[in-house]
Design a protein around this ligand. Structure first.
Ligand code: KIV
Length: 287
């Protein structure tokens, strides 16, 4: 495989060269082995796992120990892709010490290359402390799903001047705190354009328009594997859910018609051994 794993210096270089950065989420070994073979620069083990893998309505319920299991599975399948571990709700808000400790666990026990956390200005001190500990941090501003309750739902952010100004200030605060990249979620493309031009670190958009330095999608949305609500910014590149239905129903049909398993899927024994087995079992009163 000639895929070369990116690092945070290469990502900055890609921004300078105008080479777009690609990122998807992944949560398990099988999916990660596929992503690892594809032309994808970054993987986020997102707390969206709470929805895509665990069936919750939002990202809030997932905890550190559960995220570490997803991190570890992904790390076993991702040898050529830069891996970012999302910090779950309440793993970094309580205190800076707790945030540094949990970021460290994601690196040491989850085998990630970096962590991501949500929040701009209000999280700048926490980000700076994690960076000082030697851990690369990706920021995440705009729509921050962990605070959806406080934001009044999963709605577009920064549509008015004050809101947009705050998001620009958030991006600048994160850059000053030392992040290596910033996810911009669900904001007008004009705001993403201003931020992308202003900061030196790459911006990765999801619902933030075409001017970002890169784009990220949740892999279940991209592959057509999530049939609950899909936001306007999602593009489906495959219909794997439909493919799975076809495969499962074909299997069920073949089993019911006695077509599966066929001879090539079946282990055999010598006919004389089969006859002797039945004879001996009968003699021993077992049959
Ligand atoms: O958890 C996640 O999947 C995310 C992306 C939407 C960026 O944070």
């Amino acid at each position: 495989m000639d895929k070369k794993k990116v690092n945070i210096l290469r990502l900055r270089e890609m921004k300078q060269q105008g080479r777009k950065i690609t990122m998807v989420t992944a949560y398990d070994y099988a999916m990660m082995t596929q992503v690892d073979k594809a032309d994808i620069d970054l993987v986020l083990v997102g707390d969206s796992a709470a929805m895509t893998m665990l069936g919750y309505e939002g990202t809030v319920p997932v905890d550190m120990d559960t995220m570490l299991i997803f991190n570890q599975a992904v790390s076993r399948g991702g040898k050529h892709t830069f891996l970012v571990g999302d910090m779950p709700f309440m793993s970094y808000e309580v205190s800076i010490e707790k945030a540094v400790e949990n970021a460290g666990r994601i690196m040491k026990e989850g085998f990630m290359d970096a962590v991501k956390l949500e929040g701009g200005e209000r999280m700048a001190n926490t980000v700076a402390a994690i960076v000082r500990a030697g851990i690369p941090v990706m920021g995440h501003i705009g729509l921050t799903p962990q605070s959806a309750a406080q934001l009044g739902g999963f709605s577009v952010q920064g549509k008015n001047i004050d809101g947009a100004k705050q998001i620009v200030k958030d991006a600048i605060a994160l850059e000053n705190a030392g992040v290596f990249a910033i996810v911009l979620e669900a904001i007008p493309s004009a705001v993403a354009k201003i931020i992308t031009a202003k900061v030196q670190v790459p911006t990765i958009g999801i619902g933030a328009g075409p001017y970002c330095d890169g784009q990220v999608l949740v892999i279940h949305d991209l592959l057509g594997l999530f049939d609950r609500f899909t936001p306007k910014f999602v593009k489906r590149y495959a219909a794997l859910g439909e493919e799975m239905q076809k495969a499962l129903n074909t299997f069920a049909g073949e089993v019911r018609r006695g077509e599966f398993p066929a001879r090539e899927h079946t282990f055999t024994m010598l006919e004389e051994n089969e006859e002797r087995l039945i004879a001996e079992l009968t003699e021993e009163g077992i049959l």
